[in-house]
Write a protein that binds this ligand. Structure first.
Ligand code: GDP
Ligand code: MG
Length: 208
């Protein structure tokens, strides 16, 4: 079957966490393979997209970023609506960003207006593991994994947006567990001329 005739699945992923933890950088690294040291809190598109092929199924990940509004806690309902997965990010070097995960987790569940709140998929990313060769680290991996266990076994990845470490692996897991979310809309676009080679082949299994 021609790739253009395949069913496409659109998955909405939202990325939440304190300002400065590296949300935009992780997305830029994943989608564009680029990293910038400059901090641009006010720049951010509504979403970026990335295509993947998982088990012969064409997936479009629509990854929503904030434009710095997270500092004011003013993410509107459109941001949360229809999400298939929520990626929570903290900075392993800043304990407060870890402490605030409870707030982001709970706020998401309150705002997203879900009817599958108990089973809704989250993924946690502990970012900036490259900093100071790990000497500035304030949150241990074990502590992060305990938090994940206490919140229903959320998959956890330690990442570096700067070095690209574990970024593809984390988002592949995001795509896979989003697919299992029962509220996935299947969208069929006949005649879109895209070749299979344009879609990324998953490189490794989901570690979640
Ligand atoms: P956001 O506010 O959560 O979107 O954070 P940004 O992506 O804008 O990143 C904030 C700052 O942290 C920027 O200066 C980035 O260059 C830096 N940064 C992001 N990710 C990493 C990382 O993995 N390692 C290091 N060393 N710096 C990072
Ligand atoms: Mg940002």
């Amino acid at each position: 079957m021609d790739i253009s005739q395949k069913r496409r699945t659109l998955l909405k992923v939202i990325v939440l966490g304190d300002s400065g933890v590296g949300k935009t950088s992780l997305m830029n690294q994943y989608v564009y393979k680029k990293f910038s040291q400059q901090y641009k809190a006010t720049i951010g598109a509504d979403f970026v997209t990335k295509e993947l092929l998982i088990d012969d199924k064409l997936i479009t990940l629509q990854i929503w970023d904030t434009a710095g509004q997270e500092r004011f806690h003013s993410l509107g309902p459109a941001f949360y609506r229809g999400a298939d997965c929520c990626v929570l990010v903290y900075d392993v070097n800043i304990h407060k960003s870890f402490d605030r995960l409870n707030n982001w987790h709970d706020e998401f569940l309150q705002q997203a207006d879900l009817d599958n709140a108990e089973t809704f998929p989250f993924v946690l990313l502990g970012n900036k593991v490259d900093l100071d060769g790990g000497s500035s680290r304030r949150v241990t991996e074990q502590k992060a994994r305990e938090w994940c266990a206490s919140r229903g076994n959320i998959p956890y990845f330690e990442t570096s947006a700067k070095e690209g470490y574990n970024v593809d692996e984390a988002f592949l897991c995001v795509a896979k567990i989003s697919l299992d979310n029962e509220h996935v809309p299947d969208i069929y676009f006949p005649g879109i001329s895209e070749t299979a080679s344009e879609a990324e082949q998953p490189r490794s299994g989901c570690a979640c």
